[in-house]
Design a protein around this ligand. Structure first.
Ligand code: FAD
Length: 398
């Protein structure tokens, strides 16, 4: 929608056709941020992006925050930031973003062809033929903004890759990112428990940087924004057996549910609780610190439920402290595309020129958004990249 707007503003009213396979465009936009649409972020440091640095660096350089704000302002859309710098429409509703994009498409007389899955693209002498079941569209330029296969319930798939087959275009296979993690350890008693903590991946014994936030325990594993942010590493390992491109033989996910205390501080605190809660059951040892269920879970893991706090020896207290600081989980494969917010993988800079976003082998054909091999952290980074990349192709159309 944004790309069609940029093109129609440049080429004039009635010059652009938006071809959409579903009965409406923008379904992910409307679902984003639980309907609130976290559209960008005040901190757009490159460290929030993954995949092909050449692509995201080029897009972010040319579409910094000010450019995004200008674009949204040109639609009449007002944004505001939350305390963490995440930008949302002032209305807190994705439907406002959708509505302003739709109004601008109407003003610019962009033709919307809905329920039109494009099944083939043919290169012509002076442009392209886009073939769908019902008709053929002729176009001088084509921009592929087909997304990825994350969240098929919103109509997503990777059918666009089939369109590119005749051109022998290479790409990195999509794999899920920003998703929950399913673990071998099933901790039914923790279902629904939330705790502020830290999570990290340990690959072949090496701990990778941790993410902090609310950890949500589910019946099948772990969820929450910080878990989403390490899920990319987990899915890369589960899909290809690599982490950041390097072959890995074992991978664990570890959670620290008392991140504000060192192991030593926690150990001393628990010893003081041993005295204070002397006649209470041992599964209450963490009850002044953690949700009740988590306190019981740690006690069960250390097999001390039958004892009272006063009966716990120094060694057992140490073990319990260690359990809370390093809860260890083994991730297992599942149908994660269905629960992922985005995909890693896609078209890379070997095929797409980062400056123009034009396919190197097919002049006049461009790609943007999640179809490119770029994915961002939670916090508005993926929509910012989608909007940013959408602004580039028109600059290279005559
Ligand atoms: C549940 C959920 C929540 C999210 N929340 C956020 C958030 O808060 N902030 C954030 O930054 N990001 C969020 N994201 C990610 C963000 O929505 C996507 O990264 C972004 O929408 C990608 O934009 P896109 O235009 O590349 O692809 P999409 O938005 O997926 O659009 C692609 C369009 O192309 C159409 N299409 C595909 N193939 C064809 C074909 N062959 N013919 C015709 N049409 C086709 C599709 O039907 C679709 O309408 C969320 C994603 C999900 C699933």
């Amino acid at each position: 929608m944004a790309c069609a707007i940029h093109c129609a503003r440049h080429f004039g009213k009635g010059s652009v056709i938006l071809v959409e396979k579903q009965s409406r465009p923008g379904r992910k936009l409307l679902a984003a941020g639980n309907g609130r649409c976290n559209i960008s972020n005040e901190d757009l440091s490159l460290s929030h992006y993954h995949g092909e640095a050449a692509l995201y660096t080029s897009v972010l350089e040319r579409f910094p925050l000010e450019k995004a704000l200008d674009f949204f302002q040109s639609l009449g859309l007002v944004l505001r930031a939350d305390e963490a710098g995440r930008l949302y429409p002032y209305s807190n509703r994705g439907s406002s973003v959708f509505g302003r994009l739709q109004a601008e498409l109407e003003r610019l007389q962009v033709e919307l062809l809905l329920d039109h899955p494009v099944s083939a693209i043919q290169k012509q002498k002076n442009g392209f033929r886009l073939i769908s079941e019902t008709d053929t569209i002729l176009a001088q330029y084509v921009v592929l903004c087909c997304g990825s296969k994350a969240c098929p319930s919103l109509g997503a798939d990777d059918s666009v890759l089939t369109l590119l087959k005749p051109f022998s275009i290479r790409y990195s296979p999509f794999f899920p990112s920003l998703s929950p993690i399913m673990t071998l350890e099933k901790h039914k008693m923790l279902k629904g428990v939330r705790a502020a903590g830290k999570v990290w991946v340990t690959a072949d014994g090496k701990a990778l940087p941790a993410k902090e936030g609310e950890i949500q325990f589910t019946e099948t594993g772990l969820s929450g924004i910080c878990v989403f942010e390490i899920s990319r590493l987990v899915h890369e390992y589960l899909t290809f057996g690599t982490v950041r491109g390097k072959e890995i033989h074992s991978l664990k996910v570890t959670a620290d549910v008392v991140p504000d205390m060192s192991f030593q501080q926690l150990n001393e605190y628990l010893k003081s609780c041993r005295k204070l809660f002397c006649y209470e059951p041992a599964d209450r040892l963490f009850s002044g610190l953690l949700p009740e269920k988590l306190s019981e879970y740690i006690a069960a893991g250390c097999k001390v439920q039958q004892r009272s706090c006063g009966e716990l020896g120094d060694g057992t207290i140490k073990k319990m402290a260690s359990q809370a600081k390093t809860m260890s989980f083994t991730p297992i494969p599942f149908e994660a595309f269905s629960q992922a917010q985005v995909c890693a993988g896609g078209l890379g800079s070997d095929e797409v020129d980062p400056r123009t976003l034009m396919l190197r082998k097919i002049p006049g054909l461009f790609a943007c958004g999640e179809l490119l091999n770029v994915d961002g952290d939670c916090g508005g980074y993926n929509l910012h990249f989608a909007f940013g990349s959408a602004s580039i192709p028109v600059k290279f159309m005559k």
